[in-house]
Design a protein around this ligand. Sequence first.
Ligand SMILES: NC(=O)c1ccc[n+]([C@@H]2O[C@H](COP(=O)([O-])OP(=O)(O)OC[C@H]3O[C@@H](n4cnc5c(N)ncnc54)[C@H](O)[C@@H]3O)[C@@H](O)[C@H]2O)c1
Length: 327
Amino acid sequence: MSEVGKRILVTGGAGFLGSHLCERLLAQGHDVLCVDNYFTGRKANIAHLLGNPHFEALRHDICFPLYVEVDEIYNLACPASPIHYQFDPVQTTKTSVLGAINMLGLAKRVRAKIFQASTSEVYGDPVVHPQREDYRGNVNPIGPRACYDEGKRCAETLFFDYHRQHKLKIRVARIFNTYGPRMHPNDGRVVSNFIVQALRGEPITLYGAGTQTRAFCYVDDLVEGWLRLMAAPDDVTGPINLGNPVETTVRALAEQIIALTGSRSEIVHKPLPVDDPVQRCPDISRARDLLDWQPQVPLQLGLERTIAYFDRLLAGDGQAKSPVLSL
Ligand SMILES: NC(=O)c1ccc[n+]([C@@H]2O[C@H](COP(=O)([O-])OP(=O)(O)OC[C@H]3O[C@@H](n4cnc5c(N)ncnc54)[C@H](O)[C@@H]3O)[C@@H](O)[C@H]2O)c1
């Protein structure tokens, strides 16, 4: 055990968000145990951390119990983009539900504080804008997105029952669209899709008219919110929205990315996927009040950093051309 730091378990630590969290925790002087089954995560995301004596990586599927001694747990493991979570929907629900049960069981045994990466998808296709934490959502329980949405909702239920029943210290963050370096190039998410298409000079695919709005948070801002939530007093359990409340239409995003990359890509239209929300925007008053948190990185700066990452990736080892899943 580190003399200065805590022992912190990060499930899904080799993923996009998890790898940034591992970096920040190491920088704060903690010992980090990254657990991942590499379903969507990549060893390349954590390769630069492997030489750090305070970092450890373990291949493990959280659908199975794990016995380790830790002080805090960040439970991030779960495929996050529709392409990935719909690839094996039963496994997605298992990861959310069995994974939560296993991690909560571990937290209970070792009395660790535990954080859940929940999602704005718990609001489904919302009829209330912007979404506050007390909005109960509009989720289709039998649609193709349900494996993710309902899995995450059930995980929240489990967190709050462990809190009430076993007095566990919990933190639940409802994360809205986040982007940045190390997003998976083939995950079908709008930011990575547009950037990769623009850099390759391929047509940019807009679903529907592109008038649907999204609010994009840069990864560094999000991780800062997580750290503040974890450090907050124990009565600050969440759920708490973390995201950027500045809305952009998907069309405006496409145009901005074309301009920033200097691409000649044209915009083409495709039909909207089933249950795709038309508007999604967080009300972050709770995070402002309780955590003194709000996003700092403007979209243009965040996009520039993300474009620079994808530019290197596409020019370099050809990983972006790999199959959708790194199975
Ligand atoms: N990125 C976003 O915009 C966003 C928005 C809302 C919520 N989230 C949540 O944040 C978390 C991280 O998302 P991300 O964007 O980094 O996605 P990601 O796919 O890059 O990371 C998820 C990680 O979990 C791992 N994983 C999946 N199933 C596992 C299992 N059964 N056992 C062990 N590891 C497993 C994957 O290999 C991957 O490394 C997820 O829980 C996601 O639902 C992300």
